[in-house]
Design a protein around this ligand. Structure first.
Ligand SMILES: NC(=O)c1ccc[n+]([C@@H]2O[C@H](COP(=O)([O-])OP(=O)(O)OC[C@H]3O[C@@H](n4cnc5c(N)ncnc54)[C@H](OP(=O)(O)O)[C@@H]3O)[C@@H](O)[C@H]2O)c1
Length: 305
């Protein structure tokens, strides 16, 4: 049976996934959102492959026992860098600290993310999902990119989502002032913005040894959405959670994308776990990608040289 492009993600989510056994001994992986769910699973799997880690997280107390567990179990170095990704100044400080401290980053995994059924804003008045999932991750990546390019071979992995299919980017109303907000639209818009700006980052990385790919980490049981209201949490506990998988599948897929030699030089792809897939048309629209890039640069206060 030939699946239409729009639905092939359903087939891919049931596919046999690729695996790797590549050693990451001596490498350094920087992981945002490493204290929970997908990011934590990636941290555990990469630590088992002997990668040293930098956990970028907002809650040091939560990160400390994870740091101890990973260092004791795997004999690797794990550092903690604290940053709240709803605040651009904290993202900048974290990027600065990382650039000053580490001679080489081999893998950058952008896993930080939220899903909010309520319309919330960060302190700059930007819709929170857009700010945390897209803008802060964009800012963090842009700030680290010159170092990554200068230092040679590395891989950037954007933890995106099939949820990008729920919404495009409304350039003139990213803050939902003139339309009704829903959790799926806010989440979808943030993930589509990430896919569109990644198209531009791929162009900027051309000629370097740095690759950037996006990944849907599976439909997995994590803490995402646990800040939402009673109804959401009730439905999640009694219905949705029964269909979700263990985030170990996310960790293994990210390890494959981070370390397998098959991915050498591969850039600009969207992987459903480890399966190469086409994102929705609105997320591959090259007439939109420069506009979303420019908007993102303005909102985070960056200018290209
Ligand atoms: N779960 C799924 O089925 C699924 C599917 C598709 C895509 N994803 C994507 O996977 C990524 C990780 O989500 P998850 O499911 O693993 O959710 P999660 O368990 O809630 O983990 C989210 C991580 O992001 C951190 N975080 C949230 N807001 C932050 C902020 N303002 N500053 C700094 N860190 C912040 C959390 O920190 P705390 O530990 O301090 O809360 C946590 O470490 C997201 O990008 C999500 O969109 C997940």
């Amino acid at each position: 049976m030939k699946w239409p492009d729009e639905l092939i993600f359903m087939k891919n989510s049931r596919a046999v996934q690729k695996e790797t056994h590549a050693s990451m001994l001596g490498q350094l992986s920087v992981i945002t959102g490493a204290t929970s769910g997908v990011g934590l699973s990636a941290a555990r799997v990469l630590a088992a492959a002997k990668s040293n880690l930098v956990m970028v997280c907002r809650n040091k107390e939560k990160a400390l026992p994870i740091q101890a567990e990973l260092m004791n179990t795997h004999g690797i170095q794990v550092d903690i860098v604290v940053a709240d990704f709803s605040k651009f100044n904290e993202v900048k400080s974290a990027a600065d600290q990382i650039m000053k401290t580490y001679p080489k980053i081999d893998v950058l995994i952008n896993s930080v993310g939220i899903h909010s059924t309520r319309k919330l804003f960060n302190e700059d008045g930007i819709e929170l999902c857009f700010a945390v999932n897209h803008l802060s991750t964009f800012l963090f990546t842009k700030l680290l990119m010159p170092k990554l390019i200068k230092d040679g071979k590395s891989r950037i992995i954007q933890i995106n989502s099939e949820g990008h299919r729920f919404s495009g980017v409304k350039l003139k109303d990213i803050n939902f002032k003139r339309r009704i907000y829903t959790g799926l639209k806010g989440y979808g818009q943030s993930k589509t913005a990430q896919l569109l700006t990644t198209i531009e980052l791929v162009k900027q990385l051309k000629g370097s040894e740095v690759t950037i790919n996006c990944c849907h980490p599976g439909a997995v049981k994590t803490a995402i959405g646990s800040n939402n209201g009673f109804l959401y949490r009730f439905f999640f506990k009694h219905v949705t959670s029964h269909f979700l998988k263990d985030p170990i599948i996310s960790g293994k897929a990210i390890y494959y994308l981070a370390a397998d030699p098959e991915l050498d030089g591969i850039s600009g792809r969207f992987f459903n776990l480890t399966i190469d897939e086409k994102p929705a048309k609105h997320a591959t629209d090259e007439s939109m990608s420069p506009k979303v890039y420019e908007l993102s640069m303005n909102l985070v206060g960056l200018k290209d040289a």
